[in-house]
Design a protein around this ligand. Sequence first.
Ligand code: KIV
Length: 307
Amino acid sequence: MSATPSPQGQRLTIASIARMYAAGERIAMLTAYDYPTARILDDAGIPMLLVGDSLGQVILGYDSTVRVTMAEMLHHTKAVVRGTRHALVVADMPFLSYGVTPEGSLENAGILMSEGGAGAVKLEGGERSARTIETIVRAGIPVMSHIGLTPQSIHQLGGHRVQGRTRSAGRQLLADALATQEAGAFAVVLELVPSELAAAITERLSIPTIGIGAGAGCAGQVQVVTDMLGMSAEFTPKHARHYVELYSVIGDAARAYAADVAAGTFPGPAESTTMDAKVLAEILGRTPLDRPQMVETSAGIPLDRDL
Ligand code: KIV
C-alpha cells in the first residue's frame, strides 16, 4: 500500500501521485461507481479511484461504454466523491463529451470537477486527443489519458484485441503516449498492450503509466473493481485476478437470508425491538379502564374488545 498516505482528512492530488511515482511506489488504482464501495476502497488506502465509464457495462447493464451519458457519469462521480476522504477521484469523460469542440470538452470536464467533485478527468486517445488534453489542462483541470485499447472506439477497433503488436501500431502507441504527456496529462492508462511494449513506454515517459492488461512493468495498475472482486457470473478478462469470489459469497448470503425468512427465523430477537407490555395493553384496549367504555368508538381500529 501507499507509503505516502494523505495526512488525516486531506485528499490526495496529482502532486501526491507524482510523489509516489518519483519515490518508485507502484500505484494501485481501482474503479468505483457507488458510495459504499468507494468508502471501503478509500478506507483500504487505495490512492486513486476511477469512476470509469465501464459503469455502463458493469453497473448499468449496457452492452458498451458508448451508451454512457454525462448525466450518468456525474451521478456516480458524486456518489464516489461522497464516499471518499483520501483518494484522488478520477472521472471518465464519456463518449463524445470531449473531442468535438474545445468549448464542449472544457465545459464537460468542468462539470465533472465542479459539480461532481472529481479531482481529475480521464479521456481516451493519444495524438488525436492531445489538443483536447492541452485545452483542459490549461484551464487547470488534471487529465489522465487512456491509450491502447480504447473502449469508446470499440466499433472502430473491431473488438477487444491487444493493441500495438505490429511495428507501426507499436510506434503509434509510443507516439500516442508521448503526445499525451507533452499535452500535459499527469498519467496515462495503457490498456491491453503487450507487457514488453508497455514497459518500454513506461521507461520513456516521465509520468506514470497505469496498466490494465499491460503487464507488471507499468508504474501502476488499474482494475475494474467488479472483476477484482469476482462479481461476474459470466466473463472475466484474462488480465483480471479474482481476489475474492463475491458472486458466490453474495449468492450464498442471499440464499441463507431467504431460507431464514421462509423458516421464520429472521428476524430473531437480536434484530427486533420490544415495547412496554403495559403500553401495548393500553393501545389494544386491554386495560380495565377501557372495558366500561365499550360504546366509545375506536375510530375503526380493531381493539381487543371489538374482536
Ligand atoms: O472505464 C474504465 O473502467 C476504464 C478502465 C478500464 C481503465 O477506463
